[in-house]
Design a protein around this ligand. Sequence first.
Ligand code: AMP
Length: 181
Amino acid sequence: MKKVCVFCGSSAGNGESYKSMAKEMGSVITNNNMGLVYGGASIGVMGTMADEVLEADGEVWGVMPKSLVDWEVAHPKLTKFEVVDSMHTRKQLMYDWSDAFVAMPGGFGTLDELCEILTWAQLKYHQKPCFLLNFNGFFDNLVKHFEHINKEGFLSDEHLGLITVVDTFEELEKSLKSCLV
Ligand code: AMP
């Protein structure tokens, strides 16, 4: 089973649209017989997405450092759940388990994971596809900033091309299906 790692908010965001987004991401995964890898929390956009996959009898793998488990945010019903010693080990495992990466709206943690997975692609530590779901234009400014970095000579065209920006779930689903055959 191909697995998609999703980076997204540990907060719920303002308004109902982010909840719908989280559920739709869960449906894209289960409708295409894929498994979900994520940060393992029961809270925020992350938790809603995991619940949606689990409700459809899908597979969800999560990993957390002990410190976060102690904060009692771990999801209690995951298919596979590992507790590790640090954020570094946790991210390494999430990246190793997955066949593709998707970033959705979130905060610093989401940006950290997105930039890290792109940096690792840049360094050729992996060759797995990376997508940015620009849900309702949430990432417009970030996409502009990536282009600015490229224009100013700090990011090559080749490396800018490591991230595929998609605006809709239809586009995301089509892209995931074609690269994870
Ligand atoms: P943020 O975007 O700052 O809410 O952080 C969310 C991202 O960072 C997720 O993709 C997680 O992998 C990780 N993360 C941050 N906070 C938590 C948390 N309380 N529980 C689990 N993962 C978290």
